[in-house]
Design a protein around this ligand. Structure first.
Ligand code: C2E
Ligand code: MG
Ligand code: MG
Ligand code: MG
Length: 288
């Protein structure tokens, strides 16, 4: 009955060897968790903004807000901490901070739409729409300028999901389905939801224009997504556009908006927006 305890004793201390890997993971997660708590208290999170452009006019029509964590140990990628923030519930205060910061940036500095990523747990909060409404009011942003990026995981609970989408539409907030085409839901079920935009996942953009069957397949998939979007009256945004060839093909395929390193990397708001422009000549280093 006490085999585990016996083995644990033999292994020395309280740590049985067969648990070492699990323990290491748990310890790393605990460190990450306490790090995130501290990050909230000490203001270590930042938002970067990436432009979304209209390929025909070349105009920047929107920015996507992407969280960055400047931890004392260096930059931590959202891919590393967002999943743990979700399972621990910390995504709720983090998401609140993101929403307010992004909406504020749009109200004060940025032009066009502001796209904000929303985790399934945030979307599932009963007071979600109320929260969004309050932040928009307090920061003075017209609801029509906010676009929420949801993944299909948020919409698995179809009934409640649909109700919330209707409330958001009534409020005037726009909704995009992020990473479209990567999940398990059927295309048509997702496209039939009351949303305004489909974001074509980077994995599709990646192979566009490459030689061989992968390039052909990617083009066919993008063509299908664009056709579906049109049938439902939705716009499309292609993610991860890195080359002029990808941009050209996506535009030819009828994709409405493009986003990617080709047009701009995620970057902070210019800290001294405006200052640079009005900086007197005598302070310019070239004049010293
Ligand atoms: P996402 O919403 O699909 O965001 C797109 C990701 O692709 C971003 O990674 C962006 O920096 C990256 N990207 C954009 N253009 C290019 C390109 O041309 N090439 C390549 N290789 N990458 C490109 P990032 O910022 O690391 O974010 C990763 C994911 O983390 C996001 O995927 C999103 O799911 C999540 N995330 C980021 N910020 C937030 C946030 O504030 N709240 C929530 N809930 N999730 C967030
Ligand atoms: Mg996104
Ligand atoms: Mg995406
Ligand atoms: Mg993605």
């Amino acid at each position: 009955a006490d085999t585990a305890m016996y083995r644990a004793k033999r292994a020395g201390g309280g740590h049985a060897f067969f648990n070492a890997e699990h323990d290491r993971r748990t310890l790393a997660e605990m460190a990450l968790l306490s790090g995130m708590h501290r990050a909230l208290e000490r203001n270590e999170f930042r938002l970067h903004f990436q432009p979304i452009i209209h390929p025909i006019s070349g105009e920047v029509t929107a920015h996507e807000a992407l969280i960055r964590w400047e931890s004392p140990g260096g930059l931590v990628s959202p891919a590393e901490f967002i999943p743990l923030a979700e399972v621990s519930g910390l995504i709720i205060p983090i998401g609140q901070w993101v929403l307010r910061e992004a909406v504020r940036a749009a109200a004060r500095t940025l032009r066009g739409h502001i796209a904000v990523n929303i985790s399934p747990l945030e979307f599932a909060q009963p007071q979600f729409v109320e929260n969004v409404t309050r932040v928009l009011c307090e920061e003075g942003l017209e609801p029509g300028r906010l676009m929420l990026e949801l993944t299909e995981n948020s919409l698995i609970d179809a009934h409640r999901g649909r109700d919330v989408l209707r409330d958001l539409r009534a409020l005037g907030v726009r909704v995009a389905l992020d990473d479209f085409g990567t999940g398990y839901s059927s295309f048509s079920a997702l496209a039939g939801l009351p949303v305004e935009v489909l974001k074509i996942d980077r994995s599709f953009t990646l192979h566009l224009g490459t030689a061989g069957p992968e390039g052909v397949r990617a083009a066919e998939l993008v063509r299908a997504i664009v056709a579906l979007a049109r049938a439902f009256g939705l716009d499309t945004v292609a993610e991860g556009v890195e080359t002029p060839i990808q941009a050209q093909l996506l535009t030819d395929l009828g994709c409405t908006f493009l986003q990617g390193y080709l047009f701009g990397r995620p970057s902070p708001l210019p800290a001294a927006a405006g200052e640079e422009a009005v900086m007197p000549a005598m302070f310019r280093t070239t004049d010293l």
